[in-house]
Design a protein around this ligand. Structure first.
Ligand code: PLP
Length: 423
C-alpha cells in the first residue's frame, strides 16, 4: 500500500495557505508541483558536478556527462524506450512544444530534399496528407498546420464524439493512402479522455504513415510503453511529470531517428564542419544542438525514477479515485462537464462550464477559497468550439491530491452561481 499522505508531504509548496485557506492545487495538467527529491537533485547538480556535457577532458565534465546519460536512461525506462549505448531512442528537447516543432521542421527539411534518400519517408508534397485530431493541444495542431502550408500537403483532422473523445469509427475515410503523417494526443488536455489510439496507429501504419503521439498528459498519469504501442515518435514535457520546467523529451524509433534530418544546427551535433559542407552525428545527439539543460535533465531523471518507485499502476489507481470525486461537478446545478462523464478511459482532468458565469469569474471565486484551477481555452480552442464554447474551467489532479481536495472544489462550485446571482 502506497501512503499518498506521505507522498504529498514531499511537496514543500503544498504546505502553505492561500487567501487564508490551505492550498488545494488542482492545476497539474498545466504544470505539476515538484517533490524534494527533484528540487534537491537540481540544486545538488549545481553544488557538486556542474559542467558541460560531451566535451572537456576534466573530471567534472565526465561526471556531468554520466549524470546526463543516466537521466536519459531513467526517462527511457519510464516509457519503455531503448537506452543502451548506440541504441538510445530518447532525445532531450526544451519541452513537448519544442519536440513537436523539431519534428515538423525536420519533416519540412526532408521535404526540401535534406537528409538524402533515407529521409524521403518524411518528405511531403502537394497531394499528401497530414492528419491530426480536433482534440489536439495547439502545440500539435500548429506545427503541423504550418508544415502543411510549407509543403502544400493537405491538413485533415479526425473529429470528436459528442462527449469529446477522438472518433475511431471513420478512420478509413480520414486516414488514406495519401496520408504521410498522423499526430494525435494520447490524453486530451481539456477533456481528460484517453484516446483509443490502437486503431489509429494500426490504420496509420497500414497506409505507410508515420504516427506521432502527444504523450504530455499520459506519461505523468498512466503506465506508457512506446514499444508496445508501436508509436513512431512521441513528445512530452518534464514539468508535467514532477520534473523541472524548460526540458522535455522526444521518443523516436531508432531507425527513424537515424533517418530523420536535423532541425536545429550548431555545436555538439556535428561530425565534420567545413566551409563547403558539413556532416552530422547520428542518434539523439544529432537533434541536441547547443548547450543542453543538464541540471534539468538530471532532475527529470530523478522525477522519472521517483514515479517508477511509487509505481505507475498505483499512481493511476490513486488518481482514479480523485477523478471520481471531480466528476461529481457534473451533478451541481448549472454545471456541464466537457468530456466523458463516466470514470472510464479518462484521467483526473475535468473541464467544466458554469452556465451564465465567465470562466475568469469562476477562477477568481474558486481561488478566493485557496483552490487553484485553470480557466481559459487551455490551448485547445477547436475542442472548445466543439462544445459550443470559447473557454472553460479545468480541474486536474496530480499524485499529491486527495479525495478531500476534489471534495473541496465540488463544495466551492456549489456556491458559484448563487454568488454571481444567476441561479
Ligand atoms: N500537449 C498537451 C496535451 C499539453 O497538455 C501541453 C501542455 O499544456 C503541451 C502539448 C505542450 O507542452 P509544453 O507547454 O510543456 O511544451
Amino acid at each position: 500500500m502506497v501512503d499518498f499522505k506521505a507522498i504529498r508531504a514531499q511537496f514543500p509548496i503544498l504546505d502553505q495557505e492561500i487567501h487564508g485557506h490551505p492550498l488545494v492545487y488542482l492545476d497539474s495538467a498545466a504544470t505539476s508541483q515538484k517533490p524534494n527529491a527533484v528540487i534537491d537533485a537540481e540544486a545538488n547538480f549545481y553544488r557538486t558536478i556542474n559542467a558541460g556535457v560531451h566535451r572537456g577532458a576534466h573530471e567534472l565534465a565526465a561526471r556531468s556527462t554520466m549524470a546526463f546519460e543516466e537521466a536519459r536512461a531513467k526517462v527511457a525506462k519510464l516509457v519503455g524506450a531503448n537506452a543502451a549505448e548506440g541504441e538510445e531512442e530518447v532525445v532531450v528537447t526544451g519541452g513537448a512544444t519544442a519536440g513537436l516543432n523539431l519534428l515538423a521542421t525536420a519533416f519540412g527539411n526532408a521535404s526540401l530534399g535534406r537528409g538524402g534518400e533515407a529521409a524521403k519517408r518524411f518528405a511531403l508534397k502537394p497531394g499528401d496528407e497530414i492528419v491530426v485530431s480536433r482534440a489536439e493541444h495547439h502545440s500539435v495542431l500548429l506545427p503541423f498546420q504550418e508544415l502543411s502550408y510549407r509543403t502544400g500537403a493537405t491538413f485533415k483532422w479526425i473529429d470528436l464524439t459528442e462527449d469529446g473523445r477522438v472518433r475511431t469509427d471513420n478512420l478509413d475515410e480520414v486516414i488514406t493512402e495519401r496520408t504521410k503523417v498522423v499526430a494525435v494526443t494520447h490524453v486530451g488536455n481539456a477533456t481528460g479522455a484517453i484516446t483509443n489510439i490502437a486503431p489509429i496507429i494500426k490504420r496509420a501504419h497500414e497506409v505507410g504513415s508515420i504516427f506521432i503521439l502527444d504523450a504530455c498528459q499520459s506519461v505523468p498519469h498512466l503506465k506508457v510503453d512506446f514499444h508496445a504501442l508501436d508509436v513512431d515518435f512521441a513528445a512530452w514535457s518534464a514539468h508535467k511529470m514532477y520534473g523541472p520546467t524548460g526540458v522535455g523529451f522526444l521518443y523516436g524509433k531508432r531507425d527513424l531517428l537515424e533517418a530523420l534530418p536535423p532541425a536545429n544546427f550548431g555545436g555538439s551535433m556535428i561530425e565534420v564542419v567545413r566551409m563547403e559542407s558539413s556532416t552530422y552525428m547520428s542518434g539523439p545527439a544529432r537533434f541536441e544542438a547547443g548547450t543542453q539543460p543538464v541540471a534539468q535533465v538530471v532532475a527529470a531523471g530523478v522525477a522519472a525514477e521517483w514515479m517508477m518507485n511509487i509505481g505507475l499502476e498505483n499512481i493511476e489507481a490513486h488518481e482514479k479515485t480523485i477523478a471520481a470525486e471531480l466528476l461529481k461537478l457534473g451533478d451541481v446545478d448549472g454545471i456541464r462537464i466537457l468530456g466523458p462523464r463516466e470514470n472510464v478511459d479518462r484521467i483526473g482532468t475535468v473541464a467544466f462550464d458554469v452556465a451564465g458565469v465567465h470562466p475568469h469569474d469562476v477562477g477568481q471565486f474558486i481561488d478566493a477559497q485557496g483552490i487553484a484551477i485553470r480557466v481559459g481555452h487551455h490551448c485547445a480552442q477547436p475542442v472548445h468550439r466543439h462544445f459550443g464554447l470559447y473557454a472553460s474551467n479545468r480541474a486536474s489532479s496530480g499524485v499529491y491530491n486527495s479525495v478531500e481536495d476534489a471534495q473541496a472544489l465540488v463544495e466551492a462550485a456549489k456556491g458559484i452561481r448563487k454568488f454571481f446571482g444567476v441561479e
